[in-house]
Design a protein around this ligand. Structure first.
Ligand code: NAX
Length: 328
């Protein structure tokens, strides 16, 4: 029998986890023959709610789920974990400044980075979803000195999926016709959803959608501010689409990237070919060999417009790093 893989998920009683947990054990990501053990972390006050989620997971009777561990101890949750999906965090409260949000979440990621370092499996890979995800990832990675830098990812896949969908709608084509969408920088309103290298049916997107004003205007702001638009419409932040993007991120890392295409995640910036500063988690277009190795997509020529965008989001990440420097 195939040995189960252990997947740790934090924020297990939250809304993203409520979509995510039920799809980790149904075979769609790791395959129909790969059993999983779910190791779910919550804070102590949410353990009762987590109990209910565990009951529902059991009631889903997914044959690939070999065990479910629910705990409020990070050392238990991350024990021997092959994948860690960090979803749990503190939301921005009323009157909270960005620096407060960074520092409140930073404390969580110091502790969790250490616990991952001390407990996870030697092949562990970590995807950070909780916001501000790029800088949370930086804090956790900085507190996990034994884990190689290339195992850490902050999620910008939801932005990529949003951008792909906007381009497909505008061009009136099926989603699969839109490729080479890359998200650059921070998962925030400064991100650059790069339409200049995107393709639609194999042609440059800018040749298919000739309305440059729409691309630089409505397209960009729709992607950058989609999170707020969903809150305004639904009264709650995006959850199912965020869980879906986390699964897409993992799938992209464990399957070879189709020839000529790429996907996005924020990764350790050292060694990037675009002159972005070292020592931050910055989203780039990436390719994976499907065996756990990824590389930067090299050689993309950036226009002056693109250069100004990728710089602005780099500056924001450098300033976020400044805000958490005591935790690194
Ligand atoms: P919820 O508030 O529904 O759930 C978060 C859960 O995390 C809560 O149950 C809370 O008790 C738990 N938690 C808090 N501190 C914890 C800790 N130290 N250890 C373990 N669990 C802890 O939020 P949800 O809607 O699920 O969103 C989770 C995170 O994803 C938020 O930070 C959110 O901002 C972020 N998002 C990131 C996105 C991305 O694209 N990267 C998009 C969606 C989402 O906004």
């Amino acid at each position: 029998m195939t040995t189960p893989i252990r997947i740790a998920v934090t924020g297990g009683a939250g809304q993203i986890a409520y979509s995510l947990l039920f799809r980790l054990g149904n075979g769609e990501v790791f395959g129909p023959d790969q059993p999983v053990i779910l190791q779910i972390l919550e804070i102590t006050p949410a353990m009762e709610a987590l109990k209910g989620v565990v009951m529902e997971l059991k009631d889903s009777a997914q044959p690939l789920v070999h065990d479910i561990i629910a705990t409020d101890d990070p050392n238990v949750a991350f024990k021997d974990a092959n994948w860690v999906i960090l979803v749990g965090g503190k939301p921005r409260g009323p009157g909270m400044e960005r620096a407060d949000l960074l520092s409140e979440n930073g404390k969580i990621f110091v502790e969790q980075g250490k616990a991952i370092n001390d407990n996870a499996a030697s092949d562990v890979r970590i995807v950070v979803v909780a916001n501000p995800c790029n800088t949370n990832c930086l804090v956790a990675k900085s507190n996990a000195p034994d884990i190689p830098a290339d195992r850490w990812f902050a999620m910008t896949r939801l932005d990529q999926n949003r951008a792909q969908s906007q381009l497909a709608d505008k061009a009136g084509v099926l989603l699969k016709e839109v490729t080479n969408v890359g998200i650059w920088g921070n998962h925030s309103a400064t991100q650059f959803p790069n339409f200049e290298h995107a393709k639609i049916s194999g042609k440059p997107a800018t040749e298919v959608i000739t309305d440059r004003e729409w691309l630089e205007g409505e397209f960009m702001t729709t992607v950058q501010k989609r999170g707020a638009a969903i809150i305004a419409a639904r009264g709650k932040s995006s959850a199912a689409s965020a869980a879906n993007a986390a699964l897409d991120t993992i799938r992209s890392l464990i399957t070879p990237t189709p020839a000529g295409d790429w996907f996005s995640a924020a990764v350790w910036s050292n060694g990037n070919p675009y002159g972005i500063a070292d020592g931050i988690f910055y989203s780039f277009p990436l390719r994976s060999d499907g065996k756990g190795n990824w590389e930067f997509v090299d050689g993309l020529e950036l226009s002056d417009y693109a250069k100004s965008k990728i710089k602005a989001t780099e500056e924001e990440l450098l300033s976020e790093r400044e805000d958490v420097k005591t935790m690194l």
